[in-house]
Ligand binder design. Sequence first.
Ligand code: ATP
Ligand code: MG
Length: 506
Amino acid sequence: MSITTKDRKSIVVVRKFGHNHKLVQKLERMSDLPSIFGSTVATFAVVYSTATMVFVYTVAREHFPQHLVDGVEKYGRKLVNFAFPYSQITFPEFTDAYMRRSEAFTAIQNYLREKASASANRLKADALKDSRSLVLSMDYNEEIADEFDGIKVWWTSNRNHPRSMQISVYPGPGVDEKYYKLTFHNRHKKRIIESYLPKVMEDGKAIGQDNRLRKLYSNNPSKHWNGFNPKWSHVAFEHPASFDTLAMSAKRKKEIINDLDAFKEGREDYERIGKPWKRGYLLYGPPGTGKSTMIAAMANYLKYDVYDLELTTIKDNTELRRLLIDTSSKSILREQEEDDLDPISKEVKKETEDTTESKVTLSGILNCIDGLWSSCGGERIIVFTTNYPEKLDQALIRRGRMDKDIEMSYCCFEAFKVLAKHYLKIDSHSLFEEIGQLLGKTDMTPADVAENLIPRFKDENVETRMNRLIEALKTAKEGEGASRPNEKRKRGCNTRINKREKRNIR
Ligand SMILES: Nc1ncnc2c1ncn2[C@@H]1O[C@H](COP(=O)(O)OP(=O)(O)OP(=O)(O)O)[C@@H](O)[C@H]1O
Ligand SMILES: [Mg+2]
């Protein structure tokens, strides 16, 4: 170093700085070396060297003209960058003084959680709000290395300890300030910012979505809405239904799953053709054929929330719109026709409801489905369920609003086999043939079949349960024969999916 100064000590220190740069370069090449070691030494070198630069700068300002001092400063910065060519980005937990949690922090936390359990040595266990089980994450001061397109980066989890024992509802002095720090080589800055970080955010959000406890929302009567009473109340959505346990033919099931997959993966297609990312299903069929079970299976398959829309407690279209805007994406909105409600539910509703009649009109619903609601955040499914498809207005079910009809009907033999597999834990039995024949001649819903297969007492054996079903089928057949002797029944498997073009409900 050729700086002529009276202070010998500073020249010696600058030489050390050069030595540290070589060390950092060496550490960088040794990518197999635990990086915490590399970055700790490098950080130490930089802190040490930076302190020295500050000292040199102070001394120089006192003894040298300004243009020389500026030169030293510029050269010093270059040296620091040369010695530690890494950039760091910090992601604090809170975005502001109002305890608003940073979305970026949460996404990174989710993203690193999976990597942490595989590679970090020290983990923290938490039962997070809205999460179903214990979650493990990297402990403070722990480091995780990640790789993206051959670029190596390091994440550390840190916190600033409270500077005083003050108790505060806001983060700040007295409250832990947690943050993640990302370190990467300067030469990758552009790709890290433009490609890696967006990927971390996207993956982290998707992981959060998958792990969160999903919710079943129901709308509150609009007369109760105010700052304290929200439009929607929710409970945890923990319905156990799945496509595996849903009684219907395997072919139909596959068709519905494929349709849902295409929708879920279809974001870019919808964007490209300029269509709101939503899909409408019309589920129709007699009570007990599995319409509600199907919605639960869909929600579990897609990992969506469910909004149960009760139109009778909404005064008018404006309120309906406000209600729908308040729903989130990745959700299934279920609207049930009032005629479908059983007599008891109708009575309860009459007693609890306001006497003023709902002025929600069909066109109000349609406008919401077509317009505003569709456009505020995509990935929404709307399902209309009805026991009386023939009563639905054609405007509601025209193509583009309801994209697919799914008919749920009586239990066929294939559907019975699904129920037997789950209720009786058997795939075949000598009584299956008789049951199959009876199902072919009798209208019995999957709900009634299931009711006969469920044990009435502990350890009730499989034959007894199947014989009970046989008896029930025989009784139902006799009853049907007596009440509807001339009716020509069409029986297929319990689900039929109709393309809109082919179906004519009226
Ligand atoms: N297809 C099915 N697969 C499996 N279980 C079924 C099926 N259909 C009915 N069940 C059983 O019967 C019960 C009632 O079914 P569900 O509530 O889904 O019928 P629904 O068609 O929605 O009736 P409603 O028209 O009265 O609303 C379910 O809890 C489930 O146990
Ligand atoms: Mg139902």
